[in-house]
Structures are given as C-alpha cells and as structure tokens.
Design a protein around this ligand. Structure first.
Ligand code: DLL
Length: 433
C-alpha cells in the first residue's frame, strides 16, 4: 500500500483535472507576484485562461538555470520574505549558487513527497536509518531527514564524510537503511571490507541512493557488496530537492509525484514536446510550491516518460533512470559542478592563464577531479616552490567557493592544446558502465 494512495493511485482523469486546476492557479499566482514571470508570460501573450488542457503547457515559456542566476537570490520568490522559513542552495553555472526557498507549507509538501519515496522503498516506523546525505545547503540531508521523521523511524543524522565512523555507527546502532549517493555507498562498502566488517551480516537491508547518475552495473554491485536492496531517489534543488521521483518495489522506472510536478519531455534543441516514450530533456512545472514556483523548468536531464500500469498499484507516471544531461554539468560525488564555474574561479587567480583542462576520474569509486591550468610565464619560470604555492592557492579557492576538493597541476605556458572550434575543457574518464 502506498504512503498516500489518494494521490499516488489517482485515476488518470482525476489527476489531469487536479493538475490543470493547480497549474492555472500557479500561473495566476506567478503572474501576480513575480515580475520575471509576468514579463515572460505577457511577452508570450499567455494567461492562465489560455490553459484549457495540459497540452497547452507548451504555449508557456521555459525557465532555465541562468534565469535563477539573473534573479539571485530571491528575485523569483512569489511570497514576501517573512513567509520564508528555509533556504537551500546548489551550484549555479558561475560564481553564484541557485537558491531554493521554502515556506512552512512548502516544507510540509516536500516532507510528504519524501515520505512517499521512503515508504515505497520499504522504510517503516521500526527502521533505523543512517542518513549520510550532506546536511546543510544541499537538499539531500534535511529532505531525507524530514521524510524519515514523518514515517516515525529513528534517524541517525551522520551527514557525509568520516567513512570509518559511518561504518562503526552502522554496526553499533544496527542501521537497517542507508541514504547516500551511490558512489558513497561503494566507498562505505570498501571501508567496511578494509575494517573486516561484513556489512552483509549487519541488519542493513535497504539503501536509497540518488543525487548523481549511476548505472545498472553500480546498482548490482552495491546490492551484491552490501547484501541490500538498492532503491533510487531523484530530484533537484530548483523544484524543491529530492522527492520528485522515486523507485517502487517493481523497480521499473521512477514514479513522479505528479500531483506536485508536471513533467514533459522536449527535444533539447527545438524545445518541441516529444510524445510519451521518447527520449529527450525533462522539464518540470511545479504546481504546489508557494515560495518559488517553477514554470517549465529545463532540468537538462535526459530521460523518457511512460504511463503504464505498475505492479505496485501507483498510477503516477514513470521516468527512466537519468543517465545523461544535455549540458556540461558534471556531478562529482553528488556535487553539481559546471566547468564554467571552475573557469570563473580560475580567472580570479592572477598567476594563471585562462587555459585549462578538467579531468574527471574514478578513484576507489569516488569521483576525482583534477585541473591542469597554465601558469603565467614568470610564475612557471619561478620554479617548483612558487608553482606549489599557486596550486595550493587555487585548491583553497575552489574548496572555499564550491566545497569540493580538486587536484591542481600548474603546467607550462602554451602546453594545453588550443582549440580549433569548441574547446575541449573536460575529459571525463569515468567508466560509462
Ligand atoms: O541532487 C537532490 C537529491 C538529493 C536527489 C538526494 C536525490 C537524492 P541538486 O544538487 O540540485 O539536487 O542536483 C540535481 O542531480 O538535475 C540530476 O542531474 C542529478 N540527479 C539527482 N538525482 C539523480 C538520480 C539533488 N537519481 C541534479 N539519477 C539533477 C541521476 C540525478 N541523476
């Protein structure tokens, strides 16, 4: 039985009616409250009255990440500041992050979506869940925490990092469920093996993994090494964090919480809507968010949608696992990283040229990012010690601004191949399967 069978098992016609009503309310609301949307809707010549069917969604303009940057931090808010109770954030394409503000009601709705996700993965009151998603600006930690609280289980809020301690606590507290990124799950498994602790013999029985792409191969490897069932969670800060879509026991696609988010698939180049079942870019319109509703937000995630009867009884539409993006965003152990963001940080450093290559590798299951950047003539010529100082300075700058560890190699001026078209700035050497 789903967490909320009224909404999760709603007949399609009723759902469509509900979505249309909420969509029209949202449009009216953003036109009233958000100058950015008012301008865009007026320019497109569309009002909530023009939306008579869900297909009319395609008449509306899309919203992109840079719109959030241009309206940073609270320009897209549809409520006065005193109504906000929380703000999360995630990486933007350049220096500034993108913000995810919530009203108290938004938090309640998010919690409801997370409870559905956890419940569908088999989490119940009697579970002890170890939540290693980062607590902080990232939506993973608190999002999962709230969902687990709602179900009433015991949460162990370890947050991310200190892997040895994670393993010890998992053993000592008898965690029955683990929440983390898939890459971190493998790191925990490996750490346990090094400590001669057999996770398969511990009470752990399920994990809910997400925040980064992972292949079926990794899925099976986690299940095999930990002796657990691996379930999935998908979401993004822009439309409220995790809880957007989730695995059920059938594990044949992720159910989207459609009473909160209307999905569409479009051609990433023409933006034309594609029929159900075709692969393209996923777009979401939030229809129950107050603080920052999103109209046709381009996720850049590539997937397909299908509406088929599911063995679990849910009628919510399903999406495939997300395996790629239509932009150059990298996900480094769950942290979103744009090459443009790294570039703007490198440009802050006087000692280097704006010539660089980012190399992403897997090192012991974790993503590892290294950057080769050209030193300026005089800096490079000053010798190893000076180069080391500058490398250190860049490492600190990137860590301080983005929160990720990188390895920097200051290389000789003019040693990085110059482009004759699109610059090759990223070399992703991670295995594809
Ligand atoms: O990653 C929210 C989240 C937290 C989801 C915990 C699941 C678990 P952002 O940091 O804003 O939010 O990153 C959003 O991460 O557009 C996808 O590209 C990617 N992503 C999230 N979940 C998955 C997944 C959180 N299950 C971006 N599979 C999204 C593949 C995922 N990619």
């Amino acid at each position: 039985m789903p967490w909320n069978d009224i909404y999760e098992c709603m007949p399609f016609e009723a759902l469509e009616k509900f979505q249309l009503e909420k969509l029209r309310e949202t449009l009216y609301w953003v036109h009233e409250k958000v100058p950015f949307y008012r301008k865009k809707l007026d320019e497109a010549g569309v009002t909530s009255e023009d939306i008579q069917h869900l297909e009319d969604l395609s008449k509306l303009p899309v919203t992109v990440k840079n719109d959030m940057r241009d309206n940073y931090p609270f320009g897209l808010c549809a409520v006065p500041m005193e109504k906000l109770v929380r703000v999360h954030a995630s990486s933007g394409t350049t220096g500034k992050p993108i913000t995810g503000p919530y009203t108290a009601e938004d938090l309640d709705r998010w919690t409801e979506c997370m409870a559905r996700n956890l419940w569908a993965a088999g989490i119940r009151r009697e579970d002890i869940v170890q939540n290693t998603y980062g607590y902080g600006l990232f939506t993973g930690g608190l999002g999962f925490h709230q969902g687990a609280n709602k179900i009433g289980c015991i949460v162990v809020p370890t947050s991310s990092g200190m892997t040895e301690r994670q393993v010890i606590l998992m053993q000592d507290f008898g965690a029955t469920a683990l929440f983390c990124t898939p890459s971190y799950a493998l790191t925990i498994a490996e750490q346990a093996e090094e400590m001669n602790i057999d996770i398969k013999k511990l009470p752990l029985k399920v994990g809910i993994f997400g925040a980064e792409p992972w292949t079926k191969g990794i899925h099976l490897e986690i299940e095999e090494r930990m002796g657990i069932k691996a379930m999935e969670a998908y979401g993004l800060t822009e439309i409220g964090g995790p809880g957007v879509s989730f695995d059920c026991e059938a594990q044949e696609g992720l159910h989207i919480n459609e009473d909160h988010f209307i999905p569409e698939i479009v051609d990433p180049v023409t933006l034309q809507p594609l029929p159900l079942g075709e692969k393209g870019e996923l777009i979401f319109t939030s229809i129950q968010r107050q603080a920052m509703p999103m109209i046709r937000y381009r996720t850049k995630d590539i997937t397909r949608l299908y509406r088929e009867p599911c063995a679990c009884g849910r009628t919510l539409i399903k999406m495939d696992k997300v395996t790629g993006r239509s932009d150059d965003m990298l996900i480094i152990s769950g942290v979103n990283v744009f090459p443009s963001q790294i570039e703007s940080l490198l440009l802050d450093i006087d000692e280097v040229e704006p010539q660089y290559v980012i190399v992403v590798k897997k090192k012991r299951h974790l993503d590892h990012l290294s950057i080769k950047v050209e030193g300026k003539n005089e800096v490079y010529a000053a010798g190893l010690e000076k180069r080391g100082e500058v490398e250190e300075k860049i490492v600190h700058h990137i860590k301080g601004m983005m929160g990720i560890g990188v390895e920097i190699e200051l290389v000789e001026p003019k040693s990085i191949a110059r482009s004759e078209g699109k610059a090759l700035r990223v070399i992703d050497e991670r295995p594809k399967d």
